[in-house]
Design a protein around this ligand. Structure first.
Ligand code: ZN
Length: 159
């Protein structure tokens, strides 16, 4: 199984092992890891078989992120993760809702870091949106609740 990991999933401490995975990060994610915890964890992961690979092009990821409205909220490391996943066809390990949203639009599989080991990679989650005010649920992401005007937050439901 090819997996592409983002920095947050590795720094969360919830991903205990990359054993059995063909695991990749991008150079941008490697830099984030070095900033997050001075190199030590990155060295351990590299010794455990984690590989660093650069995506050849970020344009497709940018285009997809623009189409879902997520582009202004994504960092260059985020875009590099999405790009590498597009190029390698791997499953992305990320807890970032914006990244997951773009991957969903691209038809690419993703998995929250906390669920590795609990479930098979590739199980499908559906995102729905719940109003913080009145508690109504919506299938589509909206800026605010059409009934009461409060913010919506994404919640996961089993597809
Ligand atoms: Zn509401």
């Amino acid at each position: 199984v090819i997996v592409v990991l983002d920095a947050a999933s590795l720094l969360s401490g919830r991903l205990n092992s990359i054993a059995g995975m063909d695991a990749y990060i991008t150079p941008d994610v490697a830099s984030e890891l070095e900033k997050g915890r001075p190199g030590v964890q990155l060295q351990n992961l590299l010794s455990a078989g984690l590989k660093v690979r650069s995506p050849t092009c970020l344009d497709e990821a940018r285009r997809l992120a623009a189409s879902t409205g997520d582009l202004p909220f994504l960092s260059i490391p985020d875009l590099s993760v999405i790009s590498l996943a597009i190029e390698m066809g791997g499953t992305v390990i990320t807890d970032d809702f914006r990244v997951q949203n773009v991957l969903k639009a691209a038809g690419l599989p993703f998995q929250p870091a906390g669920e590795i080991g609990d479930r098979t990679i590739g199980s499908v989650w559906k995102w729905i949106y719940r109003c913080r005010g009145c508690g109504r649920y919506y299938d589509e992401e909206r800026r605010d609740c059409p009934i009461c005007g409060s913010d919506l937050r994404p919640v996961r439901s089993r597809g």
